[in-house]
Design a protein. Structure first.
Length: 469
């Protein structure tokens, strides 16, 4: 019986592709330069030359894959304290920076206005290496601390000493540490005595220059006004950095120092105790309300701004809020230097303010430094001053016509800035301050005598500094 013819086996399209692929691999494995179609690129894989070429190509491809797209936008994150003035010029300044740097976007993120809260935020994020921001607005007393911790980018390769010269001397010292530049001065503060010009003028009084005159004027005005809701002198007595500032100003005004030339803590111990005793006496006598021991800048500023006090110690930012439309004290407030003791030391106001630093781990150091330098330029500081009621660190702006037109008291503020005293510049400043605060607070509330508080503070600081050596 004859067999039926076997059906002819046909290959599908997929099978033909598979066969062609196997033949191609065999040709390539022999090091043959092959083209399967007219449009195939030559491939050489056999021999040492072929392997070397493949290795080079792999390296080039890998490098291209890791290189960011040059056209991709860059985002810088700028962390700064909340602007407390009548307006916030920061967004407009950042848009101008973006215009000058195409492809760069700056994202501003504001923090609490309280300096202690800001410090805690930065320390937690920078210490944990989880910081995602590039530029920081820093309290002047943090710069040395952050530089020593390795959190700040050294700006010395970009910023020369000559570039710092237009700024107030008391702002340059905190921007540098160990002979290097770690931050750019941006905004400045100085302790100022605000007074009710209408009330002093009503009774023929001029701003007091001594502690005794300050107390005497409070007694006279309150007796004449017969207003039980009118307080005398407001200041910042809550246990935080503001208390350190107020206490140091009182100690300086009484001829005392925090450190002697040889490093001795409170070398004029009696004068330091006398400064604390004056603050305590303000509370005991009722010249200052008892609640000042819980007051910070904003609580005391709002109380004075409501027309409920004769004098206020605060920073320059408050004046524009007092002069704002709708303010109960608009046109009724003046500014003067902080008073000192009779026949003794001239009042010594503390300098404060903010510097701009760059996160050492930023992915865009050149751009971050460019942003810092841009914000510290004269034009940018002028914008902050005119639009945001913030005080510049550049001395010339205090006599700029446009600035003085908006802030007619700036020539006076300029003189106060020149006499301002910086707090100690040391990486351990925050530890020193937090050591002092409970002692100062204990003296204000009467738990310790001023002499005991200074003695205990001296012992604790000496012990702390010895451990840091």
């Amino acid at each position: 019986m004859s067999r039926a013819p076997r059906p002819r086996r046909t290959r599908s399209t997929i099978q033909w592709i598979a066969v062609a692929a196997r033949r191609r691999r065999r040709r390539l494995s022999r090091g043959v330069l092959a083209r399967s179609h007219a449009y195939d690129a030559p491939v050489l894989t056999g021999g040492w030359r072929g392997r070397a070429l493949v290795l080079v190509l792999c390296v080039l491809v890998a490098g291209c894959a890791q290189r960011p797209d040059a056209a991709a936008p860059v985002t810088l994150v700028f962390k700064h304290a909340k602007i407390l003035g009548p307006s916030d010029p920061v967004p407009a300044l950042l848009r101008e920076f973006e215009r000058r740097h195409p492809g760069v976007r700056v994202q501003a993120e504001s923090l609490s206005w309280n300096s202690d809260d800001q410090h805690q935020f930065f320390v937690i994020n920078l210490e944990g290496r989880g910081a995602t921001f590039d530029v920081m607005m820093l309290d002047v007393v943090w710069v040395a601390e952050f530089a020593r911790a390795g959190w700040l980018l050294d700006l010395s390769p970009w910023v020369t000493r000559a570039e710092l010269e237009p700024h107030f001397p008391s702002t340059i010292a905190p921007a540098t540490w160990n002979g290097r530049v770690w931050a750019m001065p941006w905004l400045m503060n100085v302790g100022i005595l605000y007074y009710r010009a209408d009330l002093l003028g009503k009774y023929g009084l001029t701003p007091p220059r001594t502690w005794e005159a300050l107390v005497d004027q409070v007694v006279r005005v309150r007796a004449a006004e017969r207003n039980p809701r009118l307080d005398g002198v407001l200041w910042q007595g809550r246990q935080y950095e503001g208390l350190t500032v107020n206490a140091l100003e009182a100690i300086w005004a009484n001829g005392g120092r925090m450190f002697g030339a040889d490093g001795t803590v409170f070398p004029e111990e009696e004068r330091a105790a006398g400064g604390l005793a004056f603050l305590r006496a303000l509370i005991v006598s009722g010249v200052s309300p008892s609640w000042v021991t819980a007051a910070d800048e904003e609580l005391s500023r709002r109380h004075f701004g409501d027309g409920r006090a004769i004098f206020l110690r605060n920073w320059p930012y408050a004046m524009d809020l007092f002069q704002a439309a709708g303010s109960p004290v608009r046109g009724r407030v003046g500014m003067a230097p902080l008073p000192g003791r009779v026949g003794g030391a001239v009042s010594a106001a503390s300098s404060g303010g903010a510097h701009l630093g760059v996160n050492r781990r930023t992915r865009h150091p050149e751009l971050a430094v460019a942003l810092v330098r841009f914000l510290a330029e004269a034009e940018a500081q002028k914008t902050m001053t005119v639009g945001g009621a913030l005080n510049p660190t550049r001395m010339a702006l205090y006599h700029d016509r446009d600035v003085v037109r908006v802030h007619p008291d700036f020539p006076l503020v300029h003189d106060l800035m020149l006499r301002a005293r910086p707090r100690p510049v040391t990486p351990a400043y925050l530890m020193l301050s937090t050591t002092l605060q409970p002692e100062f607070s204990a003296a204000l509330v009467g738990v310790k005598s001023p002499r005991q508080a200074i003695e205990h503070a001296r012992l604790r600081l000496s012990y702390l500094l010895e451990g840091l050596r």
